[in-house]
Ligand binder design. Sequence first.
Ligand code: AMP
Length: 435
Amino acid sequence: MSPISFDQLGVAEPLLRALTGLGYQTPTPIQAQSIPLLLEGRDLMGCAQTGTGKTAAFALPILQRLAAEKRGPAPRSARVLALTPTRELAVQIYESFLAYGRYLHFKAAVVYGGVGQTPQVRALSRGIDVLVATPGRLLDLMGQGHLRLDQTGVFVLDEADRMLDMGFLPDIKRVLAVLPRRRQTLFFSATMAPEIARLADGMVSNPVKVAVTPVATPVELIAQKVLFVAQADKRALLNRMLQDVTVTRALVFTRTKHGADRVVRQLDQIQVSAEAIHGDKSQNARQSALNKFRQGRTRVLVATDIAARGIDVEGVSHVINYDLPNQPESYVHRIGRTGRAGARGQAISFCDRQERSFLRDIERLIRKAVPVEENHPYHQRPVERAAAGGEANGGPARAGQRSRRPQGRAQTHSQGRGQGRPSNRHQGARAASLA
Ligand code: AMP
């Protein structure tokens, strides 16, 4: 990571304050390369995937330039338009603008299909500084006269490759046709296949070209949590977690193929799009499930460890261990598939009584106690927590397994300091304990 600071890139104070609040210390490579030039008003052609910090790379200079201009938006128009293929991404980008622009005054809105349009129309009526949109709804609103783009000075096209995959090319062209010719254009795509490059060439002028590849996330950068839950409550707990809209792309791991199919069936029942990949599925079926997941058409991919080998999907917002692996190394591989360029990726593990020993092995391997999330309705108290500082065998202290009797209310528990060595792993015998 570059040693340069956001301050040195020319980022202004109110934005710096927000970044400090978010815990961003150093710019990611794409930020370091593009922010100064975008602040000058240059166009950009960025080959970058989600997870590289690209949202801040465009949102920070945009916000700064907006703040420097004195004029506000005209009614039913947007000063900045960010077009993105999916609703999840739209919401994510919108929320990023709000987070980075926390100490600035500006109006932002997000519009996408599948929901009523009245609140969106209302939001647009007096004009918007930053509008994030998916193509279909944007064109609907324009067609009905609720929005015009002839005063939009900045246009961001995000995930252009996915846009084309999803058949949005004609929509993009319609948007381009009504945008002013004099504007700043920021074009992002994970790949630069010839057709994408052609599309970009027609949109940008004398652009800065930036290409970055995401780095694998070291375990320390992934936000990890463990939720203690009875096996019988895991299903309800997963359903509840998926009510959270920030879970945009979740990779759920089960220990068995049957377990994976079961999870998919239960998610079907609550209308969450999910597919399984495991050894009983044909290569075609696996590939198709993977493609749909990559394209954002499936929100949840349920996998077993073996099937997940070699899966490379960007932008996984959450890895959920529905079952903990009995091999601690699998835990590290599983969670490394989330979170890039920072700690957005979340790894959430469900742990029932019988899996507590797996958790201890994992914690020894990663030399760290996984923080416990108790704030959920299915919290199952550890049978007995070891006293503070008790780190027998060099591993973080965890609940003892002496009594299976549930005990009253939870007490504060120590999570150990996690200084242990990866020794004493008692593997093998554990696999049988999970039916
Ligand atoms: P993005 O590629 O824009 O989706 O960003 C990926 C994740 O990295 C998001 O969770 C951001 O909040 C986070 N992030 C972006 N830039 C930084 C940074 N400079 N330092 C730490 N985290 C960052």
